[in-house]
Design a protein around this ligand. Structure first.
Ligand code: HEC
Length: 160
């Protein structure tokens, strides 16, 4: 899902609805459906410290998606460009923070124990990504991104 933040900014939404007015229904309807399938952006930008204290699981997941979706195309190390590589420390800090928030009883209380294990994996993936970024190790960064992605899938298949 790659549709934000570009499509969720107010300016772009306005642009989009203006465009929609001039579009035949056959084009407009699928576009609207595609938009509805998008994950909404988080309510605002959070520091990692703020993210780690969130108490709303949906909001935590929106941080997960906003942070990682743009990076999932870098699961192959050869594809890394410098601009994306520069975003890794911030992304790593956010994954550590979402993993931390999800482990906390305020979110985890309703779930079976396995949930916290996945949350710990997510935080550990954040640590691996941070180390890889510090070392400028593209292969290790890609491996960490793959691992994080697998953790998203594993937890979703069990608990979502
Ligand atoms: C510890 C378990 C767990 C992990 C790890 C996890 N998720 Fe989730 N995810 C869930 C659950 C449970 C829901 C349903 C939450 C709800 O009720 O809104 C969810 C929902 C979502 C949603 C839907 C949010 C919305 O707007 O409704 C997105 C997007 C998402 N996750 C992305 C991710 C991404 C990306 C990752 C990995 C970086 C990830 N998740 C890791 C458990 C997890």
């Amino acid at each position: 899902m790659t549709c934000y933040p570009a499509l969720t900014s107010e300016k772009n939404l306005k642009k989009l609805s203006l465009t929609a007015l001039h579009m035949p229904l056959a084009v407009c309807l699928p576009l609207a459906a595609a938009l509805a399938a998008c994950v909404p952006a988080p309510k605002r930008a959070y520091s990692a410290e703020e993210t780690s204290k969130l108490d709303d699981i949906t909001e935590v997941m929106r941080v997960n998606a906003a942070t990682m979706d743009p990076l999932f195309s870098y699961e192959e190390p050869t594809k890394f460009d410098d601009k994306s590589f520069a975003t890794l420390p911030a992304a790593a800090a956010q994954m550590k923070a979402t993993g931390t928030a999800l482990q906390d009883a305020r979110i985890a209380h309703g779930f079976a124990k396995g949930f916290v294990d996945h949350a710990k994996d997510l935080a550990a993936g954040g640590d691996k990504l941070r180390v890889a970024a510090e070392k400028k190790d593209r292969a290790a960064a890609s491996a960490a991104i793959r691992e994080i992605h697998q953790t998203c899938r594993d937890c979703h298949s069990e608990f979502r």
